[in-house]
Every structure is written in structure tokens, then in C-alpha cells.
Design a protein around this ligand. Structure first.
Ligand code: ATP
Length: 732
């Protein structure tokens, strides 16, 4: 494969090269008050990058994104630093690194390399040896109504660029550069509502239909004061039509083990959940992944139409597109090692690469070819030179090429690229001026609560698998426990069996309630995180909606169990005692719901939740029952006894049953309890009254629910970070 940059077959190459050497600013005629242009000669000192910005542009310049190296690697580097400063550091190490050639600017950071880096990129923030530079001086822009793709091999930095531009970044990374939307800094108060971000793992509720999914999104994201119910419905209808989802509107989304919409339709629905809102920027992370070539092409064509129709700024990452798909983009940005090696219309890519001596072999998909040549898959020096050649050619000449094109784009200043072939949009956003929404939520807290509660209830009704499974579990345990303790007699055997039954019933409840909650809550939490990163609703309304639906759901499921088991075991025949039995057990179920929410909100994944839940439950039953007498619990563990809901449930149920009960003794009884009070004294179950125990259970429920809320706030806060001009390596 030839790697030289001559002979040139690209007509613009000559012009480009001369432009780059003379550092020609953009033609003055191109600039207008509406479309301010920052060119080579202004803005960031030292930057060579042409910067196109203005009312019709979403632009970014010299983006750098540095991530912390792993702890072990940082330790190693620190150690190496110390060793290097000692005279005994091995010189051959440096030589071998230089020979290999680095994969990215920060893979090895000897002084020579730092110097070379600073000479090549004087306008970028210096490298930090403790960080890895994932994006290195990336610039570009999307014009209104354009669809742009970011392409590159795995690990090239595509998702990082998309995340930086969307501002969805974690706190540990360092970012620098400049991002302008319509010529201004992004406003943190409005940006998340202006952008629709379609994530790669399109999490959705499998039980809801396409229409329901879109309707809930519209009801939550469109402000009620601007859109009445009918208009929100209409927006969903229009989105269904735009995304060609008519045929599957009543089909469930589906998921693992549940038939639903096709992969392509699922992606469209994910796009739809963003598009029902008044977004201006549509960002998509690998929307075609997992789709066959036909479905992928259809999706891209559809996205292009929508981009035109709604005048969006659309930017997506894409992995190995077919040439057919590649051609559909208005512009493509090719990335390798966090740097651009081509940015421009796809139609001009062949000439650019040919000018560098890279002719696409016959029968090879050009898009694949361009991505492949920018990686050193062969792990040879020649391949390394090829990759470096591509990068340096773009650095030297590509920017000028971009500048030339930008000048042309700007010359057609107020015209959108597709003004001529645009259809009038079905959807006319009412809150496109996002300042209207700045600092406020789209809807009132009560509206959020009502929509979210409705959705939670629908999820229970429409996917009763978990409810049926828990009911089945309750019935099986009812039969086993009921017959094991069936109609207990009032003799000494009946005393011990009663003690066992009154302990095992709350223990069973704590497991039976906790696990069904953990089976569904983590997914709901992840969907909440995605929805909240678009500023959709408050955490408190989400959390309360969950409590409002989960409490009656669990209580009603358990109620039947408690009624029947009371009769089967043959507990006290008194209405008052029966209702106390029900009340105490339901209070304990509330503590189990609270614990489920604490674990569900606190554990980062369902796997972790399923590890924590049994451990916590076993601790509570061990220290809360009569397995371990109070006197034998070590003092430093005694608080576990007082924290356990089983302690109070068991004590209250035992008092309710045993107080005033008489037992018979036979001559051969080794130990005889004649009165129920003797049993309570023996097991130390009368420390608090029934009412006090009920109070403690109520208090534990409140503490658990509050703790769950704190965890949810803690882990559920989306992280947004905005680069600020000239504030290198800082973040908000
Ligand atoms: N927060 C982070 N911490 C550590 N490394 C990171 C972080 N973010 C990105 N990286 C690294 O940066 C590189 C680029 O990642 P990115 O996800 O942007 O690649 P990509 O081009 O989207 O790849 P893919 O197509 O496989 O998704 C990868 O090597 C990744 O491991």
C-alpha cells in the first residue's frame, strides 16, 4: 500500500497546500454579522484550526479529552519517574519505545516525545503523564439541517467526542477546547433539553408498546403550559409517521425472552423518545449497531430526512458503515487515535485519500478501507508510518481544505444546505428557544408524579410476570408453612411451634418482598438516569411514584398470605388480634420495600444488588430473631439487633399471640410454659409494647425510604461538564 503524499490526483490539494503554508485567513466576504467566523488568525492563540461558527452552526475547536490512567499505571509511572531520575535507569528502554512508535500521544511520555508533542501541538494543553489523551485537538462543525458522522475503528475516540459535545462526561476526565452552539457558549441551564442523545444500549420498558413509550416521553418532556394533551398526542402521531413506525405502533418493545419490535424499529423508537421533545441537536451513539445492512441503511436515510425536515443538527458515531450508508452523510469525520485524519463530504474522501496514495482496492468497501488504513493492525513500522502520514497530512493540509469549504458554506450564509429540497416540517417546536426553559423543569412536580405513577402502574399491569411469580411463590410457601404449622395445639409442642411460626413468617416476607423489587428496579433506575440526563423530571417525583405503586402492589400480594396462614396455623380467634397481626405484618412488608429501594438505589448494578440483598437479610434475621439470644450478641454487634425489622415484628406478633394464652403441660414435659407470658419472658419478647414495636417498624420504613432517596440522588445525578474557552483543563 503506497503511503506517499504524491502524486496528487486531488484537484484541491495544490490549493490546499499553498493555503496552509501561507496561513490564509478566510475570505472577508464570507463573514457576516449573522455568521461570525473565527479563522486562523484570530481566537485561540497558536491554533491553526479554521473555526466556523454562527447562528446556523454547532461548532467545536481543539477539543482535548484526557482520562486518568488506572491507579496501578499511575503508580508505575511515578516509580519509573523516580527510577529515571536515578543514574541507573536503563537507556535501552527509551530506545525500544521510540522504535515501536507510540500508539497515542500519551502512551509513553519520555521527554523527547513531550517536546515533539509541544512542537506539533503548541496550541493544545500540555500532556499530563498521569492521564491518557483520548481526544487530541479535534475540531469540526455541523450546519443546521446537516447529518454528520464520526467514524473510526474501535477505541478511536468517537464516543468520547460525542460525549464531550453533549457534555455528558464523568468528573474524573479533563477537557479543554471550545464548543459553540449557534455562535454562543452552550448554556448549562438549557443544553440538556436542547439535545436528544440516543445511547447505544437503547434501554426501554419491554412491556410498553411503541405508542405508549413515545407518549410517556412526550408527556414528560413537552411542557404542559405549551402543549395541551391533544397537542402532545399529535406530536406522538407525527413522530410515529416520521419514523415510519405506523405498522408497529401497538407492538410491545419486547426484550430478552419476550418478542417485540425488530432491531431497526427499536432504534427508531429510541430516536423517537428524543424527537418527541423540542430538541435542536440530535446525537446518536452507534445507532446502526446490531442492525443488518438493510435496516441500517433505512435508519440512516430516515434520520437524514428527519434532520432536513426538522432542521436539526445531527451528529452520530458509526462503526464500519457500508459505502451506501457512508454516502448518505453530509459530512464525515474520520478519527484515529483521538485525532482527525479526514473531515468533509463523503464524496470528496476518495480524492483525498487517492492524493495520499491510498487507492481503494477493487471490491473493498471504501468506508472500511479508510478506517482500516488508519490503524496499525499489522504492528509494523511501515504501517505506523502510514498512520502517522495520514494524521500529519490532515494536520498540514486538511484544515485549509476545511477552511475553504467553510468559506463556501458561509458564502451561502443564511441558506441551509438543504433549503431547496426541504419539506415543510410536520413538527414545529414551540420551545425551540430553550431560554424559555432555562433553570426550570418542563413540567410541574405534580404532573411528573402523575405521569410517572401511571407509567409504573402500567408496567405492573402489562408485565405481570414478576407479580405472578411472587404470587406463585407466596402460594407455595403458604402451603408449606401452613401445613408444617397446621392448627397448632395448646400444648408444649404448640408453644415451640408457635414461636417458630411467628419467626419464620416475617423472615419469609423479607425475602419474598425484597427480591421481586430488585428484579425490576435497577432497569427502571437506569432508564431514569437516561431520562434525567435530558432534564426530564425530578428525582423526587420518580422515587415517590415508585413508592406509590410498589407499596400497594406488595401489600396486596402479601395480604392473602397473611389471612390464610392465620387461619391455617390456628392463631388467636379474636378480630382485634387478627387485625393487629395483619397490621404488624404489613408494616414489616413496608420495611422490606424500603430495604429493597435502599439496595436498588445504592447498588450500582443488579449483580451487586443480588449480592448485598441476601447478606443484609441474613444479618437481620440472625440478629433479629431468637437464633441468637440478646445476652450472647457481642456488644459491638448489638446495634444490628436494634436495626433489624425482624426484632420488632417478632416481638409484636409474639405478644399479640401469647399474651393471655394458657397451655397445658403433661407429666413428662421437661419444661412447662403454662401462660403465654412465660414464653414472652423466656425469649425476652416483651421489652416494648405492640404499639411501640409498630412505631419502630414505621420509623425503620421511613429511614429506609429516606436512605434510598439519598442514594438515588447521589448515584442518580447525571454528570454534565462544559468546556470553557481558554480555560484549559478545567471543568464546571
Ligand atoms: N472515562 C474513561 N476512562 C478511561 N478510558 C477511557 C475513558 N473514556 C474513554 N476511554 C478510552 O478512550 C478510548 C476511546 O474510547 P471511545 O469509547 O471514545 O472509543 P470509540 O471510538 O467510541 O470505540 P468503540 O467503537 O469501540 O465504542 C478507548 O481506549 C477507551 O478505553
Amino acid at each position: 500500500m503506497a503511503t506517499s503524499s504524491s502524486p496528487s490526483t486531488f484537484e484541491a490539494t495544490h490549493a490546499m497546500r499553498s493555503a496552509s503554508t501561507s496561513s490564509t485567513p478566510l475570505p472577508a466576504a464570507a463573514a457576516s454579522p449573522l455568521e461570525p467566523v473565527a479563522s486562523d488568525s484570530d481566537a485561540l492563540s497558536g491554533s491553526k484550526t479554521a473555526f466556523v461558527s454562527g447562528d446556523n452552526f454547532f461548532s467545536w475547536r481543539d477539543i482535548t479529552y484526557d482520562v486518568l490512567l488506572s491507579k496501578a499505571r499511575r503508580k508505575e509511572i511515578k516509580k519509573q519517574g523516580k527510577d529515571a531520575s536515578s543514574p541507573s535507569s536503563p537507556p535501552q528502554e527509551k530506545a525500544s519505545q521510540a522504535e515501536k512508535g507510540s500508539a497515542s500521544p500519551t502512551d509513553t511520555l519520555d521527554e523527547e516525545k513531550l517536546e515533539e508533542f509541544n512542537e506539533t501541538f503548541p496550541h493544545l494543553p500540555p500532556l499530563d503523564p498521569m492521564r491518557r489523551r483520548v481526544l487530541n485537538g479535534v475540531s469540526g462543525h455541523v450546519k443546521r439541517g446537516e447529518m454528520v458522522a464520526i467514524l473510526g475503528a474501535s477505541g478511536a475516540g468517537k464516543t468520547s467526542l460525542l460525549s464531550t459535545l453533549s457534555a455528558r462526561l464523568d468528573k474524573s476526565s479533563d477537557i479543554a477546547g471550545e464548543v459553540l452552539f449557534q455562535g454562543k457558549q452552550r448554556n448549562p441551564a438549557t443544553w440538556k433539553r436542547l439535545t436528544g442523545f440516543v445511547e447505544q444500549d437503547d434501554l426501554m420498558f419491554s412491556a410498553l408498546t411503541v405508542q405508549e413509550t413515545l407518549q410517556y416521553s412526550a408527556d414528560l418532556r413537552l411542557p404542559k403550559r405549551l402543549y395541551n394533551k391533544q397537542e402532545r398526542k399529535q406530536r406522538v402521531e407525527d413522530s410515529i409517521a416520521m419514523l415510519r413506525l405506523e405498522k408497529c405502533r401497538d407492538t410491545r418493545i419486547g426484550g430478552t425472552g419476550q418478542r417485540g419490535v425488530s432491531g431497526g424499529e427499536r432504534k427508531r423508537v429510541a430516536v423517537g423518545t428524543e424527537l418527541v421533545a423540542d430538541v435542536s441537536v440530535l446525537l446518536l451513539d452507534e445507532p446502526t449497531s446490531g442492525l443488518d445492512a438493510f435496516a441500517a441503511l433505512n435508519l440512516v436515510k430516515n434520520l437524514k430526512e428527519i434532520t432536513r425536515e426538522r432542521d436539526l443538527y445531527t451528529l452520530m458515531t458509526i462503526h464500519q458503515p457500508s459505502w451506501n450508508i457512508f454516502k448518505h452523510f453530509d459530512k464525515v469525520i474520520l478519527l484515529t487515535r483521538g485525532q482527525i485524519y479526514y473531515s468533509g463530504p463523503p464524496a470528496l474522501a476518495p480524492s483525498w485519500f487517492e492524493s495520499l496514495g491510498h487507492n481503494v482496492p477493487e471490491g473493498v468497501n471504501p468506508a472500511d478501507y479508510y478506517i482500516t488504513i488508519a490503524e496499525n493492525y499489522e504492528k509494523t513500522n511501515a504501517a505506523e508510518q502510514r498512520v502517522r502520514g495520514l494524521l500529519s497530512s490532515w494536520r498540514q493540509n486538511g484544515d485549509s481544505l476545511t477552511a475553504e469549504r467553510a468559506a463556501k458554506e458561509l458564502a451561502t450564509t443564511s441558506q441551509r444546505p438543504t433549503e431547496m429540497d426541504r419539506k415543510p416540517s410536520r413538527i414545529v417546536p414551540k420551545s425551540s428557544d430553550a431560554t424559555e426553559l432555562a433553570g426550570t423543569w418542563p413540567n410541574s412536580w405534580l404532573h411528573e408524579l402523575s405521569v410517572l405513577t401511571h407509567r409504573c402502574a402500567m408496567l405492573i399491569f402489562k408485565d405481570p410476570t414478576i407479580v405472578f411469580a411472587s404470587l406463585g411463590q407466596n402460594i407455595i410457601l403458604l402451603i408449606i408453612i401452613g401445613f408444617a404449622f397446621f392448627r397448632l395445639p395448646l400444648d408444649q409442642g404448640g408453644v415451640l411451634a408457635r414461636v417458630g411460626a411467628l419467626f419464620i413468617i416475617p423472615v419469609n416476607a423479607s425475602f419474598a418482598v425484597l427480591f421481586p423489587i430488585l428484579a425490576i428496579f435497577p432497569l427502571q433506575r437506569d432508564i431514569m438516569l437516561r431520562e434525567r440526563s435530558a432534564g426530564t423530571y425530578r428525582i423526587s417525583s420518580f422515587y415517590l411514584s415508585k413508592i406509590i405503586t410498589e407499596v400497594p402492589n406488595q401489600l396486596s400480594q402479601r395480604l392473602l398470605f397473611y389471612v390464610v396462614i392465620y387461619w391455617m396455623v390456628g392463631l388467636r380467634q379474636s378480630a382485634g388480634k387478627f387485625f393487629i397481626w395483619i397490621a404488624i405484618n404489613l408494616l414489616q412488608v413496608s420495611t422490606a420495600i424500603g430495604l429493597g429501594l435502599v439496595i436498588g438505589c445504592g447498588a450500582k448494578s443488579i449483580e451487586l444488588a443480588n449480592i448485598f440483598a441476601p447478606v443484609i437479610n441474613v444479618i437481620f434475621l440472625l440478629f433479629g430473631g431468637n437464633l441468637l439470644p440478646l445476652s450472647s450478641i457481642p456488644p459491638w454487634l448489638i446495634y444490628l439487633h436494634w436495626m433489624s425489622p425482624i426484632t420488632y415484628t417478632y416481638s409484636a406478633l409474639a405478644q399479640n399471640e401469647f399474651r393471655g394464652l394458657q397451655f397445658t403441660c403433661t407429666a413428662d414435659s421437661q419444661q412447662c410454659y403454662r401462660r403465654g407470658e412465660d414464653v414472652l419472658n423466656q425469649y425476652d419478647l416483651g421489652r416494648f409494647t405492640i404499639a411501640e414495636n409498630a412505631g419502630f417498624l414505621g420509623a425503620i420504613t421511613v429511614v429506609f425510604l429516606a436512605l434510598g432517596y439519598v442514594f438515588l440522588r447521589w448515584f442518580g445525578k447525571p454528570s454534565f461538564r462544559y468546556v470553557q474557552p481558554k480555560k484549559a483543563l478545567s471543568a464546571q
